[in-house]
Design a protein around this ligand. Structure first.
Ligand code: NDP
Length: 297
């Protein structure tokens, strides 16, 4: 097999963002509404600050109103819940996200449950998770697996009838990925296997995957001998490893790219693969939330 074709998440997300910017402009022009996203950061975690700022910046680029709220690292549950209730009732805000992970005194589950399902653009709330599972499209889809589905679609990969193997069963990636791939929907309809840390003979499963989705958080875990010739390899992982450069680190995925690129038919790089899609899908969900709340869909 020749070297795999790269799935360019940067280019695909740029196209989706461009279309969404046009849609935001149309909503302003024809409906006199502007989508609004509130991003709540509790504490000073440096990585969370970077993610929050990236989301705010993307809102700005697309013409979406953004409201960044920063609470101190000592904020109480009551303070965070009060803010969530305020945002739930704010008509300028269509989507709310509370950046994960919050400090230890904050019960993330309770915060997620307090976000109005109509504004839960991260799709962490049980109402939206349930809708996703039952195939009810009146809710939202979780941004990272939604981004993977979009990458498959834009790369001409139809998962129908294929064996898709998901490595990882987290609530934010693995489990929703499984649920989305198995739906009786165009682009999905896959036969899905989910693997995790207790899976025995993991390689047997990964080697039979037509589509392999790696989301386990171990740098370069998937080696060349773990994939089938011609497989489509989607790497969700974002891991920092030491590197001999100015920053002292580089980002790698959960897939050993150099080892797998010669064998896969299509592969996502890290960075520049799944990563940029997550924010693009967050913007997409915020626009959908705005339309739903204004009875435009
Ligand atoms: P979690 O740590 O929550 O979950 C990891 C999963 O991998 C668990 O289900 C775990 O199994 C499984 N696992 C761990 N070790 C093994 C192993 N040796 N063999 C098989 N399975 C194993 O991670 P996330 O889902 O949150 O994230 C996964 C990766 O994706 C990370 O690198 C993260 O940075 C990245 N990520 C990227 C995003 C993006 O925007 N592109 C967004 C979110 C995450 P068990 O359940 O048994 O413990």
């Amino acid at each position: 097999m020749d070297t795999a074709k790269i799935i360019d998440g940067k280019a695909i997300s740029a196209k989706i963002n461009e279309e969404n910017a046009l849609e935001v402009a149309r909503l302003a022009r024809e409906c006199n509404v502007q989508p609004g996203l509130a991003v709540v950061l509790v504490g000073e975690d440096p990585a969370s600050q970077v993610y929050v700022n990236m989301k705010v910046k993307k809102c700005h680029e697309l013409g979406i109103f953004s409201d960044k709220r920063v609470l101190s690292k000592d904020a109480t549950m009551e303070e965070v819940l009060t803010l969530v209730h305020e945002l739930n009732n704010d008509p300028k805000i269509n989507g709310i996200l509370v950046q994960s992970p919050p400090p230890p005194q904050i019960d993330e589950e309770k915060i997620i449950a307090a976000i109005s399902p109509n504004k839960d653009v991260d799709c962490f709330n049980a109402v939206n998770v349930g809708k996703m599972l039952t195939g009810d499209n009146s809710g939202f889809l979780p941004c990272t697996p939604y981004g993977v589905m979009q990458l498959l679609k834009h790369s001409g990969v139809d998962a129908c009838g294929k064996h898709a193997v998901v490595l990882g069963r987290s609530n934010i990636v693995g489990k929703p990925m499984m649920a989305m791939l198995v739906q009786k929907h165009a682009g999905a309809n896959a036969t899905v296997t989910v693997c995790h840390s207790r899976t025995q003979n993991l390689k047997e499963y990964t080697r039979s995957a037509d589509i392999l989705i790696a989301a386990i958080g171990i740098p370069e875990f998937v080696k060349g001998d773990m994939i089938k010739e011609g497989a489509v390899v989607m790497d969700v992982g974002i891991n920092r490893v030491e590197a001999d450069n100015e920053r002292g680190y580089k980002l790698v995925g959960d897939v050993d790219y150099a080892a797998c690129a010669g064998k896969a038919s299509l592969i996502t790089p890290v960075p520049g693969g799944v990563g940029p899609m997550t924010i693009a899908m967050l913007m997409d969900n915020t626009i959908k939330a705005c339309k739903m709340q204004n009875n435009l869909i």
